[in-house]
Design a protein around this ligand. Structure first.
Ligand code: GLC
Length: 694
């Protein structure tokens, strides 16, 4: 059951698809207090064993208790442990306790502070700085698997998640620095030549003409359509980046049109707001306005015409390196401390550093411009967290117009709940650190709770130089995440698989992904179509298991599987907790694998550098297919079943469709594979090999 309560004058954010009546009764569970300047706080005493899950894209543990967070979409490349905001704001929190568990969602596009037992360990407070929001309280309908039930109800409230094309589950190679047709062809060739599977190549900002959106450098890419066509023949899709800021350049048609039609955000005095980002001074489309979205969307449509069918949206928090106003103030502050030349005063040193550092993504700048929302002229900071999601909507609306039948790949850096219906997300600028490999794993379930199922992090790490072992271990996690992309920053070590002596090991890891791809696709699609999570903390599935509550480095995957990646350097195995009997599949290649039957409980499981683990519940199985070097060549005509049936019969719901149709008929795609001792049966007639069943 879901109850809605409104505070102040909430803006229609588009996050929810169910329109529920507004309750007049007092809010249950939470104490509501009004603070100064319109802010509203909700507080709740926390019992000793209470656990808190959710908040989507945030650093830190899966159980969020004991920490504080801020919903404020931030261009933040330093994902350190103390970070309180990243690129997306997902105000869903699940309060799991013995008595009266519930979940809450704050549909609030402004800044929200979450103190989850940080100030006082026995209390949580949630503060909406605007005080204008809808609060949704969800109470369980299923007393047994409470967390799963609360998440499923929430997902019904916010609507079906984005469905990517099937090819987007293939391996994607990306690099900030690919600039030309030659670069793309070379990457394609290097993969194909060595048999490293590949389905996509991301082009970063350097493909553009001077970082101007929807343009490309014609010298470096003389024939974009030809390039797309050639690559597509090899099963490789080109995926260009699109940035939110549009270069302020009167000679650039796209800018000129947006400017003349008044589609950019303006300041209080009506002047167009500008700030520096990659292209230099740029203007920012007012994505809140339908006409502005339609105009921006035409840019995507033009690129679709060139044969492109995938995009990544970036810098859409929006990131602001500085505004001229902000920079002027910083110069003023430096000037005001001129005496520091003589005094060497440490106070002045910090003040000046603060003044210069503070120009980036400054709150003062987010207060300098306005949007036209359904509440009229609205200052940006009050609705900040919606901006990136609305850029995603602009693209999705364009795809709907231009290719209504077709699935187009889209993932974004910034997001808000609602945008999960229009695209996926990647986790932004991580580093080549072991701690960020762990962070990748931990963020998966909270993003899933918020509806973002097509997601993943930059495999290998974006900033800093990766090393071979880290990349191998990271690929072994990436094998299981829907978005499986190797991306790295300019000036860092080249990170393509073929650059490394151990490339064959890495190729074999990626090949396992392709062997698993039909099964992963089936699990992802079932999660999308039936409002489930793909990745879940163990305790969601095993609520009575006290040990399962403490496990944050293993995740349930799909209906019957679990992953436990190695995330420590030099490790040749790891401790794994099994809440029930499971079959451990230890992969070296898709064919060279060990099947180990393990009883419930703790185990130290060996996984040398070239090995990685997948666990399948006893009584179930998973299908593997013969891999190929492109996803459309992976066929399900014949599948190899792997599982521990122990003499019982088992059934697996298996989903398959053509991978391109926008609105698949969900029942049509679903069939049930059945298997027992020495036999297996598929109503659709696919050939099933039972040698891997024990
Ligand atoms: C941002 C993106 C990153 C991209 C870079 C250059 O930092 O997060 O992925 O490579 O911009 O476009």
């Amino acid at each position: 059951m879901i109850l809605r309560f409104d505070f102040g004058t909430p803006l229609h954010t588009g996050a929810c698809v169910l329109s529920l009546p507004v309750q007049k009764d007092p809010v249950p569970f939470l104490t509501v207090s009004a603070l100064a300047e319109g802010a509203v706080t909700l507080s709740l005493p926390l019992g000793q064993g209470d656990m808190l899950f959710g908040l989507g894209e945030q650093v830190g543990p899966v159980n969020r208790r004991g920490r504080r967070y801020v919903s404020w979409n931030s261009d933040e490349f330093n994902h350190t442990e103390d970070r309180q905001s990243l690129y997306g704001s997902h105000n869903f929190l699940l309060v799991w306790r013995e008595k009266e568990p519930f979940a809450l969602y704050l549909d609030d596009p402004g800044r929200v502070r979450w103190d989850l037992g940080w100030t006082r360990r026995d209390q949580m407070t949630v503060t909406s700085e605007n005080g204008d929001f809808s609060l949704y309280l969800i109470v369980p309908e299923d007393g047994e698997k409470v967390c799963l039930d609360l998440c499923a109800q929430f997902r019904r409230l916010i609507g079906r998640s984005y469905i990517p094309p099937r090819w987007a589950l293939g391996y994607i190679q990306s690099r900030w620095g690919y600039a030309s047709a030659e670069d793309a062809r070379e990457v394609a060739h290097a993969h194909r030549e060595r048999g490293i599977p590949l389905d996509g190549i991301c082009m970063d900002i350097d493909y553009m003409d001077g970082f101007r959106d929807f343009t490309w450098d014609h010298k470096a890419i003389p024939d974009l359509k030809g390039l797309c066509g050639d690559l597509k023949e090899q099963g490789i899709h080109l995926i260009p980046i699109i940035d939110a800021g549009v270069k302020k350049d009167p000679k650039y048609d796209f800018y000129r049109e947006g400017h003349e039609k008044g589609y950019f955000c303006r300041k209080e005095d009506g002047e167009e707001f500008a700030a520096a980002v990659w292209p230099g001074l740029s203007a920012f489309p007012d994505f809140f306005r339908r006409e502005a979205r339609a105009w921006f969307g035409k840019g995507y449509e033009a690129l679709l015409d060139e044969g492109l069918d995938g995009f990544w949206n970036d810098m859409n928090e929006p990131a602001l390196f500085y505004s001229p106003e902000g920079l002027r103030e910083a110069f003023g502050a430096l000037e005001g401390r001129r005496e520091a030349l003589e005094t060497g005063d440490y106070g002045a040193a910090f003040e000046m550093l603060g003044a210069v550092g503070g120009v980036k993504n400054a709150m003062a700048d987010y207060r300098r411009f306005y949007h036209e929302t359904d509440l009229g002229k609205t200052r940006h900071d009050r609705v900040h967290n919606l901006y990136g999601g609305l850029m995603t909507l602009s693209a999705a609306e364009a795809f709907e117009r231009a290719a209504p039948e077709k699935r187009i790949l889209l993932f974004s850096r910034s997001s808000f709940i609602g945008a999960h219906r229009w695209g996926g997300v990647w986790m932004g600028d991580n580093f080549s650190w072991w701690s960020h490999l762990k962070l990748h794993l931990r963020m998966l379930p909270s993003l899933n709770m918020a509806g973002f199922l097509y997601c993943g992090a930059d495999v290998g790490g974006f900033g800093a130089d990766t090393d071979e072992e880290l990349l191998i271990r990271w690929l072994q996690l990436g094998v299981f995440t829907p978005l499986f992309r190797n991306h790295s920053a300019l000036h860092t070590r080249l990170q393509e698989i073929y650059r490394f002596p151990a490339w064959e090991t890495m190729r074999d890891i990626v090949s396992v992904r392709y062997a698993l791809l039909p099964w992963l696709y089936s699990e992802l699609m079932q999660a999308i179509l039936w409002d489930r999570m793909l990745f879940r903390p163990l305790c969601f599935d095993y609520p009575r298991d006290e040990t399962a509550r403490e496990i944050e480095d293993q995740m349930m995957l799909g209906r019957d599987a679990m992953i436990a990646p190695v995330t420590e350097p030099h490790a040749t195995g790891r401790n794994v907790y099994l809440p029930e009997d499971m079959l451990c599949v230890r992969f070296r290649t898709w064919e060279d694998r060990d099947l180990i039957r393990l009883p419930a409980g703790w185990h130290y499981v060996r996984a040398k550098e070239a090995e990685f683990l997948l666990f399948v519940r006893r009584g179930s199985f998973i299908p593997l297919c013969r891999p190929a070097d492109r996803s459309d060549y992976v066929s399900t005509d014949s599948m190899y079943l792997v599982g521990w049936l122990g003499g019982e019969d088992a059934a697996l719901p298996f989903y398959e469709d053509d991978g391109t149709v926008r609105d698949p008929e969900k029942e049509k795609g679903l069939s049930t594979l059945k298997a027992g001792k020495g036999w297996a049966w598929d109503p659709k007639g696919r050939k099933l090999d039972t040698a891997g069943l024990c």
